[in-house]
Design a protein around this ligand. Structure first.
Ligand code: KG4
Ligand code: ZN
Length: 337
C-alpha cells in the first residue's frame, strides 16, 4: 500500500451549543461513527438554550460520547491521525469543554490537533453525501442555522467569498422566536414545520423582505408582523397552524429568492443548502423545485449540529498540512471570511 492509499482518520468533537457530539470521519468523506447527545429536552423547559446548563451538561456527557464514537468506529486513539474540534462560533463555556477534551486527547497521544470553524463544518456537510465526487466549484452555499443565515460563493476548498448575510435575526432564530410567540415548544423550527403541515400558507400575507439587489437578509419585520397578527386573537383562539404555515412560506420564499438570484449572478454549478434550518422539508422542496441547477442538501442528521461535519472540514485543513498548537483558544464570535 502506498502512502496515498492509507486513509486519514479524524476524531472530531463538537460542543458549540446544545449538542455534545463526536464522530470519526475517514478521508473527509466516510462517516465511521457519528454520536450526538442532544440537550434539547433539558433546555425546552427554559424555552431556549441556558448557557451554564449547557456547559455543565457537556462536561457530564463528553467522555461517554467520545468513547462511543471510538467504539462504533472500532478504533482506538492510537489509530487516529488527528483530533479536530469546533473552535467557534458558539457559547464560550460550551466550546471550552470540547476544546479541552480534544487538547487533552491530542496531548496524551501526541497527535496533531486542529480547531475548526463551526460554520465551515456546516459548509462541508455535503462532502459526507454519497454523490460528493460530483461536486464541482464554484458552488453557492446557503448556511441557515440558529445563529447564521449566510450566502457563500465557494470557489475552491477553503476559499470563500461572503456574498451576504442576515442584518438582524438568523433564519433559525426567527423560527425559534415565532415558535415562542405561537406557544410552541423549543426549538421553534421543527415545531413550526409540524404545525404548518395542517395550516394554510396563504392564510396570512406576511412581508417578504427582499431588500435590494444584494444578498443580505432581514427577518425582524416578518417576526413583528407575526406578533401583530397574534395580538388580534385571544391566546386560546390563535390560528397556530395557519400562522405557522404562512410564516414558514414567507421565510422559504425569501431564502429561495435570494439564493436563486445569487446562483444566477455567479454561474455556480450547484447550490448547497446546509445548517439546522435546511432540515425543513418545505425549504428543501422549494429550493429544489424553483432552482434549475442541482441543489444538494445533506441527510437530516447532518443538517443540525453534529461532529461528522467538523471532521469533514478538518480533513481538508489536515491534508493541506495545517496543524494547530495546543495554545489554540476558543473564539465565540469566530467568522468565516
Ligand atoms: O445548525 P443548528 O443545529 O445549530 C446552529 O448552528 O445554530 O441549527 C439550529 C436551528 C434552530 O434555530 C432550529 O429551530 C432550526 O435550526 N431548525 C429548523 C428545523 N430543524 C431545526 N428550522 C426549521 N425547520 C426545521 N425542521
Ligand atoms: Zn450549527
Amino acid at each position: 500500500m502506498t502512502n496515498q492509499e492509507i486513509p486519514t482518520r479524524i476524531l472530531a468533537i463538537e460542543t458549540s451549543c446544545d449538542e455534545t457530539a463526536a464522530a470519526v470521519v475517514e478521508n473527509g468523506r466516510i462517516i465511521l461513527s457519528n454520536v450526538i447527545a442532544s440537550q434539547i429536552d433539558i433546555h425546552a423547559q427554559f424555552g431556549g438554550v441556558f448557557p451554564e446548563v449547557a456547559s455543565r451538561q457537556h462536561i457530564e456527557v463528553i467522555y461517554p460520547v467520545v468513547a462511543q464514537a471510538l467504539e462504533e468506529a472500532h478504533l482506538g486513539l492510537e489509530d487516529l491521525d488527528c483530533l479536530a474540534v469546533t473552535q467557534g462560533p458558539g457559547l464560550v463555556g460550551s466550546l471550552l469543554v470540547g476544546v479541552n477534551m480534544a487538547k487533552g486527547l491530542a496531548l496524551a497521544r501526541n497527535k496533531p490537533f486542529l480547531g475548526i470553524n463551526h460554520i465551515e463544518g456546516h459548509v462541508y456537510s455535503p462532502w459526507l453525501m454519497p454523490d460528493a465526487d460530483e461536486i464541482a466549484f464554484p458552488v453557492l452555499t446557503l448556511v441557515v442555522s440558529g445563529g447564521h443565515t449566510e450566502l457563500y460563493l465557494m470557489v475552491d476548498h477553503g476559499r470563500y467569498q461572503h456574498l451576504g448575510g442576515t442584518l438582524d435575526d438568523a433564519a433559525g432564530e426567527a423560527f425559534d422566536k415565532v415558535g415562542r410567540l405561537l406557544g410552541l415548544p423549543y426549538p421553534g423550527g421543527p415545531a413550526i414545520e409540524k404545525a404548518a403541515r395542517d395550516g394554510n400558507p396563504h392564510a396570512f400575507k406576511f412581508p417578504r423582505a427582499v431588500l435590494d439587489d444584494g444578498f443580505n437578509f432581514s427577518f425582524s419585520g416578518l417576526k413583528t408582523a407575526v406578533l401583530r397578527q397574534t395580538r388580534q386573537y385571544s391566546p386560546y383562539k390563535l390560528p397556530v397552524n395557519d400562522l405557522a404555515a404562512s410564516f414558514q412560506a414567507a421565510v422559504v420564499d425569501v431564502l429561495v429568492t435570494k439564493t436563486e438570484r445569487a446562483a444566477m449572478a455567479y454561474g455556480v454549478t450547484a447550490v448547497h443548502l446546509v445548517g439546522g434550518v435546511s432540515a425543513n422539508r418545505a425549504l428543501r422542496q422549494a429550493m429544489k423545485e424553483r432552482l434549475d441547477i442541482p441543489v444538494r442538501v445533506p441527510d437530516f442528521i447532518l443538517c443540525t449540529d453534529n461532529a461528522a461535519m467538523i471532521g469533514a472540514a478538518a480533513h481538508w485543513h489536515f491534508s493541506k498540512g495545517r496543524r494547530d498548537t495546543l495554545n489554540l483558544d476558543v473564539i465565540p464570535s469566530l467568522q468565516l471570511d
